[in-house]
Design a protein. Structure first.
Length: 597
């Protein structure tokens, strides 16, 4: 079928609790998302068939749109008048998503590359094994047995280098004889993406015990990373092996017109397409009840991390433990006993579907979300690193005790766009709340545009982008992104009340707005024009992206919030004194009109 024929598209995302369906129609030259339906996911008993939830969600779309899409349990293709669709695509994270274990020779090098490879393919990494990870041999073998991953990724050594470490890891694997998570009848898929000199030995060790797939090396040389071949293999195996074991998936695979993608991989694809189409550095986050996924594209390099223990309901206690109560308390504009806060958070964990009933409850949730976002971003920065090349001559002992293999690629001054998704960001009662949560968590510098994903459509659009990039980007711009506006944050520190920047914004119709920003203030300028020209003159010692004290002229974007001028300085620090801190928070929240007064 040619791309020209695509007029009606139906897409689903099978999540762990809800299956969401959307209908996309071509209106004139542009694709638009028109109707959506959702239904509970049906992977578990009594149904044990994922297609039931899919059919229920599509039935709801049928009822709302008046279009007949299903003939019994089949999707009618192609579309004809008011009947059928041209293609059906789907993503899935039902059944716990894709769970992997990775192994690399040196933890800070091939171990990290293997982790980046698996995360980028949409997997949750359960553990990283390495020759130098400090665990005894029997502990490694026991760990492989316990975890029961969906598949393993084994890497190590540069091409033509030494093979001992990677062969040793393969021996551990053989000794553990691991069983896959789903379906005891098939062998555990193992992808080998290490030193090409070891192919024969790896084959001899693992071929009869596992479903072994050999692909190109992740680190062919020290200064080069080659993740795509192994990522493609992970996707193939996910479809062939893992999906085949999950209840009802073989039927779903027959229904779709393009390969099913793991939900996070599809969100990553959409983030990449958006960054590339606009030549932007992008940071996207999906904060859920149990996990927080962070995606970034910096200098055209894509990275994804999963903070599997940071979320807003099931994992809320982990956020409390990792951030510490003091860090959550610092965002609250009122006085509350630590024990009271602890009890409220535990209640949320026990009853994950409850929503805040009072402004205080809402402010507590927003405080937790800031910390979850901040921590997930810290973890992301630690993994999204460049490679240390051979140029930096070093001995083998350096290679072994290196903590990380390079500089983080994430530079908030060069960040062009932040996209937030997940309940707490997409459904906060006021959009100003979503924008401030992201500003407080990420502390962007200079000029940063911000948006939220309206109804978590990025997975549907990511899988659609494989077939029609135009359709995916059209819907992404028109229906998926809710533009919040632009954050302007001069980097630097000064005394409170000191003038730090003068600014002027010119709308497309020639109307001008101008003002000053003082240290310690937040200024909110409602502004909804899609584009405008900004002239910002930071004072000496303050940087808006062109160096300290230098004037910046740039194109910015308005939105439902508008412009937020953040004069709290970078690095941003809250006042140490509790009374002063609460006064500051109340002043900022009021300036942004965040909560009812």
């Amino acid at each position: 079928m040619s791309k020209k024929d695509l007029e009606i598209i139906i897409a689903t995302d099978c999540g762990s609790t809800t299956t969401k369906a959307i209908l996309i129609e071509k209106k004139g030259d542009t694709y638009r998302q028109t109707f959506r339906g959702e239904a509970p996911t049906t992977v578990e008993a009594p149904f044990e068939d994922v297609t039931k939830g899919v059919l229920n969600a599509i039935t709801e779309v049928e009822e709302l749109s008046g279009r007949k899409i299903l003939d019994g349990e089949k999707i009618i293709t192609p579309n004809n008048g008011n009947v059928g669709a041209d293609i059906y695509v789907s993503t899935s994270s039902a059944g716990g998503g894709l769970q992997m274990m990775v192994a690399g020779a040196v933890k800070a090098m091939t171990g990290e590359s293997a982790q980046r490879c698996a995360l980028g393919a949409g997997a949750i990494v359960m553990d990283v094994l390495a020759s130098n990870d400090g665990r005894a041999d029997h502990e490694k073998i026991e760990r492989i047995r316990q975890l029961r991953p969906d598949m393993m990724l084994l890497s190590g050594g540069t091409d033509g280098g030494t093979v001992t470490h990677v062969v040793e890891l393969a021996q551990f694997l053989k000794a553990a004889d691991p069983k896959p998570r789903l379906g005891a009848s098939y062998k555990l898929p193992v992808i080998y993406a290490g030193n090409n000199k070891a192919h024969a030995q790896i084959k001899a060790i693992l071929d009869d015990r596992t479903a072994l797939i050999i692909t190109e090396n992740l680190r062919p040389s020290l200064e080069r990373e080659n993740l795509m071949p192994a990522r493609h293999k992970i996707h193939d195996i996910f479809l062939e092996h893992v999906m085949q074991q999950a209840p009802g998936y073989p039927r779903l695979m027959k229904m779709v017109g393009a390969p099913i993608m793991p939900t996070p991989a599809a969100v990553g694809t959409m983030t990449e397409k958006f960054a590339k189409a606009n030549n932007f550095n992008v940071l996207a986050v999906d904060i859920g009840g149990a996990t927080t996924d962070v995606f970034s594209v910096f200098s055209e390099v894509f990275n994804r991390t999963v903070s599997a223990n940071l979320g807003m309901s099931y994992s809320i206690s982990n956020v409390m433990a990792e951030a510490g109560l003091a860090n959550i308390l610092r965002w609250l504009p009122f006085d509350i006993e630590e024990q009271d806060l602890r009890n409220r958070l535990k209640n949320k964990m026990i009853r994950p579907t409850t929503i805040p009933q009072t402004v205080e409850d809402l402010q507590i949730e927003h405080a937790v979300s800031r910390e979850a976002l901040r921590l997930a971003f810290e973890q992301h920065k630690a993994l999204a690193v460049g490679l240390k090349g051979v140029q930096q001559e070093r001995s083998i002992s350096d290679a072994f005790d290196q903590t990380s293999s390079g500089q983080s690629l994430i530079n908030v001054m060069k960040l062009d766009y932040v996209i937030g998704s997940g309940g707490i960001l997409a459904h906060s009662p006021r959009r100003t709340q979503s924008m401030m949560q992201m500003i407080d968590a990420y502390q962007p510098e200079g000029i940063t545009r911000m948006a939220v994903d309206s109804i978590f459509m990025m997975p549907h659009l990511g899988v659609l982008a494989q077939i029609s990039e135009k359709a995916a980007l059209d819907v992404f711009y028109h229906d998926c992104l809710v533009r919040l506006g632009t954050c302007l944050a001069p980097k630097g520190l000064a005394k409170e009340g000191q003038l730090i920047m003068e600014w002027e914004v010119t709308a497309p119709d020639g109307k001008k707005q101008a003002g000053q920003l003082r240290f310690g203030d937040i200024v909110h300028v409602p502004f909804d024009a899609p584009k405008a020209r900004l002239t910002a003159k930071p004072l000496k010692g303050f940087d808006m992206g062109a160096g300290p004290g230098n004037k910046v002229e740039a194109e910015i974007e308005g939105g439902v919030v508008g412009l937020v001028l953040d004069g709290r300085g970078r690095p941003f620090n809250l006042a140490k004194d509790a009374g002063k801190r609460r006064d500051d928070l109340n002043k900022w929240y009021k300036a942004m009109g965040m909560y009812p007064v």
